[in-house]
Write a protein that binds this ligand. Structure first.
Ligand code: IDP
Ligand code: MG
Length: 150
């Protein structure tokens, strides 16, 4: 199975609520590999580049305000079909509709405050990873347990 990389953001609401650990833990337990990770405060310029596809929508201004309101944790996560696997683990955008067992379905009640971002396609993943990390910051390594996972 070929490996994929995806960009994950643990959003300001999740950081404020003390949910960094539980979310990272789910990603690790699934078997996905974290190949880059940092805590940062997203500024307006970066938020606008990240969410460019949503410019003009009714929730755009409030989304930019939310994602820049407090620190986030940004990660590059790698594994077989990592993009879809992560999106499935996240659950639907509106946490009220997200299935139990998903991150949004277990921890959220809101469309905006929905805890986590994950890239939605290979093109988005490549674009978003480059927004947050240099090539050198994204590590290549093997774990001794990898042959037992995929
Ligand atoms: P996604 O994060 O599940 O990919 P998108 O449609 O790409 O969802 O929207 C990006 C983010 O914008 C969402 O995660 C959520 O925080 C916010 N958002 C999306 N739709 C709405 C809305 O209708 N009201 C308020 N916030 C929204
Ligand atoms: Mg999206």
């Amino acid at each position: 199975m070929s490996s994929e990389r995806t960009l994950v953001i643990i959003k300001p609401d999740a950081v404020q609520r003390g949910l960094i650990g539980p979310i990272v833990s789910r990603i690790e337990r699934r078997g996905l590999r974290i190949v880059a990770m940092k805590m940062m405060h997203i500024d307006r310029a970066l938020a606008e580049r990240h969410y460019a596809e949503h410019k003009g929508k009714s929730f755009y201004a409030s989304l930019i305000a939310f994602i820049t309101a407090a620190p986030v944790v940004v990660m590059v996560v790698e594994g077989p079909q990592a993009i879809t696997t992560l999106r499935t683990m996240m659950g639907k955008t509106n946490a009220l509709e997200a299935a139990p067992g998903t991150i949004r379905g277990d921890f959220g009640l809101s469309t905006q405050h929905n805890l986590i971002h994950g890239s939605d396609s290979p093109a988005s993943a490549a674009r978003e990873i480059a927004l947050y990390f240099t090539d050198e910051e994204v590590l290549t390594y093997e774990r001794s347990i990898d042959p037992w996972i995929a």
